[in-house]
Design a protein around this ligand. Sequence first.
Ligand SMILES: [Zn+2]
Length: 261
Amino acid sequence: MPRQRRAIAPALDDPVRIVPLHAPREVFAPAPGIAAPPSPQLTYRGGPLLGAVQVFTVFWGAAWNDAPQLSTAQSLNRFLQVVVASPYVDQLAEYGTDRQAIGRGRYVGTATVPDSLGTNVTDSAIRHMLQQQLTNGSGVPAPTPDTLYFVFLPPGVSVVAGGDRSCQAFCGYHDHIEAQLFYAVVPYPNCAGCLGELGTLDALTSVCSHELAEAITDPIPPQGWYDDDHGEIGDICAWQNKQLGSYAVQLLWSNRANGCM
Ligand SMILES: [Zn+2]
């Protein structure tokens, strides 16, 4: 997240990358007399990349078994199946390195964990849940170097991570556990700031695409592709969307094109 945005949407203390709340563009423009930050340029910091991402979805909370969340979950799975093997991922090829090319990935499955949740969960509870699922043989596959777990939260449940709460400071984030387990967290868009003037499913797919691209290009923030002023590939273009077939996806920064595309 760019530094000038912190007044409205404070960055997490650690370099976890987030989707900020949606706000009019003028809000982020420098005040008169304040220099604009340098134009974006992602640089590679030597860390791992997800060269052929394998996406597994985890729907946490019993509410995912109720309509209409059940159909939202099915739509999200279909979206992820499409997007990981689409031109959306092809456009990340420019960020391949000599050691690690970036190409199409695949969707490898889904699980619902029907716990009853309160109105709030913490990032550490999400980490604990994931690790429990991995050790109790519940069908969540063990991580490969390319695995990305997407954790979705049901309506009315917010997440606190790095001292900030979803719908107050962010709409989604990705992070890692040690150097081998990569995950993204996408809470249900419970507020206007995380709907971004979109319908619920479009807001969810936009946030998912942002986190997907960032997890592929910077799975251990900020050891992959990063810009010290602007953040990760999705942060630079936050809430600018385009269509991928029938799905809303977020634009991504292209060094090559010097713009969001
Ligand atoms: Zn981001």
